[in-house]
Design a protein around this ligand. Structure first.
Ligand SMILES: NC(=O)C1=CN([C@@H]2O[C@H](COP(=O)(O)OP(=O)(O)OC[C@H]3O[C@@H](n4cnc5c(N)ncnc54)[C@H](OP(=O)(O)O)[C@@H]3O)[C@@H](O)[C@H]2O)C=CC1
Ligand SMILES: Nc1nc(=O)c2c([nH]1)NC[C@@H]1CN(c3ccc(C(=O)N[C@@H](CCC(=O)O)C(=O)O)cc3)C=[N+]21
Length: 296
């Protein structure tokens, strides 16, 4: 039995449609335009693609979009000043500093200088703490997108076994928090985990966020499981390159009940959730009702 393909691209278009509807209402009823600022340090070509997509989709949803490009050798003070200006700017409701930053910059310091109310990535320590204690927060976009896909596919997640492979602050850990919040039994696996294949085979929900092309193969997957592939890896393909996930799609799809493809799975959801978080931040900043169904 071949797995059902979870169409993240279509789901993301649907989320962006809801965002655009809410943006139109904010404009008509309150004269408000939600604004997102993306800060990009250096010239990493892959990052530039994401930044371009974010800007385009932000404008398509009727929102205000700004890009702030800084040289790769920018000093920390200039970057912190940029963030401080955006914190104080009433047109801006969401700020994203693209990671990773060049190694001479302290990314914890920079991220924690963002106003937590404008931290649409949900990476500021106060948002991390709020999520970890089950309080209202800004939720990281990629895990939020994965949760939306899982709830849509499985309905109630309560009692399901979830294994998250990867323990990064931006994907693995917040993903585990969200699954725990939905009453899954959650295990986080990483590079030191023993017998990782057997562990993964216990998962009703398997989330791969490792950054290793096609590492997870079909023999790691429990028959019928839902597989969420977060990985975005650019690998050689003849003269050109192609994108592959952290899962070997062909073998996993033979065993899984449902699986997200790469591209067209989690990636588009990340951007849709970024727009959703920006609208949520704008509503909260103005004491208005938040859009239904766009937060965790
Ligand atoms: N679709 C999207 O929107 C997004 C996609 N991504 C993609 O998701 C992937 C993960 O990103 P990110 O979390 O930032 O990556 P990190 O490199 O920060 O973290 C990778 C994690 O995987 C673990 N790991 C590495 N090798 C192995 C192994 N052989 N076995 C088990 N675990 C292993 C590491 O373990 P340890 O901690 O022990 O080193 C680490 O916890 C990447 O492909 C990235 O491009 C990221 C963000 C958004
Ligand atoms: N502060 C910060 N926040 C992030 O959310 C963040 C970040 N830094 N650094 C980089 C990673 C990566 N990331 C992606 C977003 C969208 C796609 C995406 O849209 N992918 C498309 C394909 C895009 C393509 O063709 O290259 C897809 O999977 O279908 C991928 C990856 C966000 N990240």
């Amino acid at each position: 039995m071949a797995a059902e393909v979870i169409d993240g691209k279509a789901f993301a278009a649907d989320v962006r449609g809801k965002v655009a509807d809410h943006v139109a209402r904010l404009k008509a009823d309150h004269g408000l335009v939600p604004g997102l600022a993306v800060v990009l340090v250096g010239e990493d070509p892959a990052s530039q693609v994401y930044v371009r997509n974010k800007g385009k989709q932000t404008v398509e949803a009727g929102m205000h979009s700004e890009e702030h490009r800084l040289d790769a050798d920018v000093d920390e003070k200039t970057l912190l000043d940029t963030v401080a200006r955006l914190n104080a700017d009433p047109k801006i409701h969401g700020i994203l500093v693209q990671l990773p930053l060049p190694s001479h910059l302290n990314s914890d310091l920079v991220i924690n200088s963002i106003d937590p109310a404008k931290d649409v990535d949900g990476f500021h320590i106060s948002n991390v703490g709020l999520l970890g204690t089950g309080q209202k927060s800004m939720v990281p976009c990629t895990p939020l997108g994965c949760l939306m896909l899982l709830r849509d596919r499985l309905g109630n997640l309560s009692g399901l076994n979830a294994v998250v492979v990867g323990r990064s602050n931006i994907v693995g850990k917040p993903m585990a928090q969200l699954l725990l919040g939905d009453s899954c039994t959650v295990t986080i696996a990483h590079s030191r985990t023993k017998e990782i294949e057997a562990l993964c085979r216990t998962a009703d929900i398997l989330v791969a966020a490792v950054g290793r092309p096609e590492m997870v193969t079909g023999d790691w997957v429990k028959p019928g499981a839902t597989v969420i592939d977060v990985g975005i890896n650019r690998v050689p393909n003849g003269e050109k390159t192609k994108l592959v996930g952290d899962c070997d799609y062909a073998s996993c799809a033979e065993v899984a009940g449902a699986i997200t493809p790469v591209p067209g799975g989690v990636g588009p959801m990340t951007i849709a959730c970024l727009l959703a978080n920006t609208v949520t931040a704008c509503c909260r900043a103005n004491g208005l009702e938040e859009p239904a169904g766009l937060t965790a």
